[in-house]
Unconditional design. Structure first.
Length: 588
């Protein structure tokens, strides 16, 4: 959340950036990352949450915690952006407002209710009653602009000023209440950096830095509940746990940064291998690199030419030709712009099955990679399940893995979902149609799951106690896409198996235009502080961020191929953002 504040507050904030973690975090081992760091924070904020307040007490707390810094007689209303009306931002504490569950109660597993997680002061925010009703329980979706609104995909964009607040609230809820408040239940996919956490929240955590208002309410709520929201204290903790573009690090000393310039290169990526091939794509993975501070991502090269930046140790290379051999190599980079040597080059060959064009099967999920027995939680428990197959990360919410579909002696694995969803990571190659086998393994009633592609409803998949395969035709979405099967209304337990889809390509003029409008920055790397961009549809504003998520420069009224100048930025990695697109550049 971005709020104007005084010069004194600014100075205090700058000084705070040089500090180590406060005493509240003395039990934390800052050398840990990922789930180990998450587990430490869960233990800390749970054990110190010694005063669990009621839903009525939350209302009284809000009158203090959410005071408008510029008008102590008012409180700030989440999602607000205007001086009056439904979208009013600041309103009298005695005015009309209600308590907004930022993590919608109904999306909890089970429902969060109005106690415990449903009455946590770090979670509940005041909101205009009509705007709160408009938000309903819609999942959060990306957008842009000051005004909160319902997106075309049926999601909710909270507004530029509030998206960081939302991200850090959901981070807190997930770490504090774990599977009771799963982030993937309340946001749109994908989840490419971490299989259990959506990219959109990591993006918002960077784009909308912590404000003095958030610090104010974190301190006041902590004085009442005795626990804190760690992601307000230091947004970089999200990067440490889930990865992505590094957020602002308020405790550099705690993470071993003594101010000395980082000039150490990451290690070279090792053991590249092609894990899956189609006529049009190759899935490649490798052993993750290491770095003295942390690896920020990887540059992927195909036949010696730059292909893409990725932030996990795998990539799906698409748009290839059938029966063709490609040279593939990878280099790692860190937040300071240091780059590893290039990995060894491997060769990958696409297949020649006649697949990969429009109408041909180009993707299959057979669920053979899901664990079906043993483990913790056990296979018979309904919980969040994540696995990877053919380079695609799948996430099933409220799912068990011990209920196969038995057809003609078939004993293959399947996933069984109860009032949940099955979601893929981003897939390339387009989708023309989708088929899947369904079955009711228990005595439940017939019904259907809704199929969404890129968040847009494309059809309904029936299910019954008669195992059957159903196909949705004429989906016809070109390029990258995500698959989602969802049923949020019934508690029927439905098994899924043998999911497949056909490719879809378009070659008409509109697609050529779309290709030509891809946002590009050149030259890259940038030397002598001069660069150009292409792919803009009109004069636009570009924002440049460093890897700590700080806005370092804004360029307005930019047009294609216009000469642009950087303001003497230090060498390193930066992100140039326009609307909902971003590209990484290296400044030398």
């Amino acid at each position: 959340m971005k709020i104007k504040f005084t010069i004194l507050h600014f100075i205090i904030s700058i000084v705070a950036l040089a500090q180590s973690a406060p005493a509240y975090y003395n039990s934390i081992d800052f050398s840990k990352t990922g789930n180990e760091m998450k587990a430490q924070l869960t233990s800390l904020i749970t054990s110190t949450h010694t005063n669990v307040i009621s839903y009525n007490e939350v209302r009284e707390l809000i009158k203090t915690s959410d005071k408008d810094p510029n008008n102590p007689n008012n409180i700030l209303l989440i999602y607000g952006s205007e001086s009056s009306g439904t979208h009013q931002r600041s309103r009298s504490v005695n005015g009309d407002w209600n308590r907004e569950h930022v993590y919608a109660k109904s999306k909890g597993t089970p429902n969060l209710g109005n106690s415990g997680p449903g009455a946590d002061g770090h979670h509940i925010r005041p909101a205009d009653m009509r705007l709160n009703s408009m938000r309903s329980n819609f999942s959060f979706d990306d957008g842009y602009g000051a005004t909160a609104y319902r997106t075309s995909r049926g999601g909710w964009y909270p507004g530029d000023e509030w998206k960081g607040d939302v991200a850090r609230i959901i981070m807190y809820m997930y770490v504090r209440y774990q599977n009771r408040a799963q982030p993937l239940n309340i946001t749109f996919p994908p989840a490419t950096y971490s299989s259990d956490f959506p990219d959109i929240l990591l993006k918002w955590n960077v784009e909308d830095p912590v404000s003095e208002f958030e610090v104010q309410r974190n301190n006041i709520v902590a004085n009442v509940q005795n626990n804190r929201n760690p992601f307000i204290d230091n947004p970089y903790l999200a990067t440490v746990i889930w990865g992505g573009i590094p957020a602002e690090n308020k405790w550099p000393n705690s993470f071993g940064d003594d101010g000395t310039p980082d000039e150490i290169n990451p290690s070279v990526p090792q053991n590249l291998e092609v894990t899956y091939a189609t006529d049009r794509s190759l899935s490649v993975q490798w052993d993750a690199s290491t770095d003295n501070i942390g690896v920020a991502g990887y540059d992927v090269y195909v036949d010696g030419e730059f292909y893409a930046n990725v932030y996990t140790n795998n990539v799906v290379i698409s748009g290839l030709q059938p029966d063709t051999t490609y040279d593939i190599s990878v280099a790692a980079f860190d937040a300071a712009g240091n780059r590893s040597e290039m990995s060894e080059t491997i060769q990958g060959q696409t297949t020649n099955t006649g697949e990969g064009g429009t109408g041909a099967t180009c993707g299959v999920e057979d669920f053979e990679n899901i664990p079906s027995t043993g483990g913790n939680p056990p296979a018979s428990s309904y919980t969040n399940r994540t696995w990877t197959n053919n380079g695609i990360v799948w996430n099933a919410t409220n799912a068990r893995t011990d209920r196969q579909i038995y057809i003609d002696g078939d004993n293959d694995k399947s996933i069984c979902i109860r009032k949940g969803s099955l979601t893929s990571s981003t897939i390339s190659g387009g989708i023309g149609s989708l088929s899947v086998r369904t079955y009711l393994p228990f005595r439940d009633s017939d019904g259907y799951y809704t199929l969404k592609i890129n968040g847009e409803v494309k059809g309904q998949i029936p299910y019954s106690d008669d195992p059957s395969t159903y196909t949705i035709e004429n989906i016809n979405v070109a390029g990258d896409f995500t698959i989602e099967l969802v049923d949020s209304t019934t508690s029927n337990r439905v098994s899924f198996d043998d999911l497949s889809w056909t490719c879809y390509e378009t070659l008409d003029v509109s697609d050529v235009t779309e290709e030509s409008n891809e946002f590009k920055v050149y030259p890259n790397p940038i030397t002598d502080n001069v660069f150009y961009v292409d792919g803009l549809s009109e004069a636009e504003t570009l924002n440049i961020y460093n890897l700590e998520g700080k806005l370092v420069q804004t360029l307005k009224a930019v047009r294609n191929n216009q000469k642009l100048s950087l303001k003497n930025l230090p060498k390193g990695v930066y992100f140039i953002n326009r609307k909902n697109q971003s590209t990484k550049v290296l400044v030398k």
